[in-house]
Write a protein that binds this ligand. Sequence first.
Ligand SMILES: C[S@@+](CC[C@H](N)C(=O)[O-])C[C@H]1O[C@@H](n2cnc3c(N)ncnc32)[C@H](O)[C@@H]1O
Length: 243
Amino acid sequence: MLDIERRTLLAWNAYGTHHQARGTEIPEADRLSWGYWPTAGPGEEVLGDLTGRRVLDLGSGTGKFPAHLARNGACVDAVEGARAQHERAVARYGGQAGLRLIHADAAEYLGGAEPYDVVYSVHGLPYIDPHRLLPALAGALAPGGRLVFSALHTSSAGDGPSTSVTARPERLPLAGGGSLTVRMWVLTPTLWEDLLVDHGLLVDRIDVLTAPADDTPLACTLVRAHRPDSRSAPGTGPGRLRS
Ligand SMILES: C[S@@+](CC[C@H](N)C(=O)[O-])C[C@H]1O[C@@H](n2cnc3c(N)ncnc32)[C@H](O)[C@@H]1O
């Protein structure tokens, strides 16, 4: 793990500890939302039918989205790297049928996991170095398995995505005042596509979702990809949306 990833996890741990001390309630999610806004935009339907599938939520935080999917009949594993965030999830959803809460770095976990049919991440994936995560992730997807994730595209300060695979600092505001700094890979849709294709995945669709309020430039990328069957070699085949 890179030092910046480790420091980012420490920041998320401090964030979780802050909320544990405040006794912050975890709101119940009644839909999966890929943006930073709870109501508008696509929901869990983009994951397809989850019945009988092995599903992983990557960077699951307080667990509200995997808990929602599990309440609706899915069996979901949820991996979260920051201990305090994981503890909050366990305190709220521990023991819920269909939900397994795992405390681990997602890349290390995926390196030893049984293959998943669906891996999704709501703003969890961009905190992990793509060069470390994507080999483990591509290897942990079953043939035909889906990857769907959302990632910051343009910050509320108006900073757009990068065309190089580098992490940048972003502010993580704390309830009650103050903030922490996290490092994120905020990449253009084209760069995400290139990285996924380079790791043997086929990209089905990439959307840029903009905030419903028109007073903020905030936007996020929603990426849908899948692992082809084993006949295609990494980096070959019609993986790219553009030619
Ligand atoms: C923006 S939060 C999203 C949480 C959750 N997906 C949600 O939407 O409620 C990002 C989460 O990713 C977690 N995370 C960051 N780096 C991670 C890593 N290397 N392995 C697993 N989780 C990680 C953070 O601790 C944090 O809880």
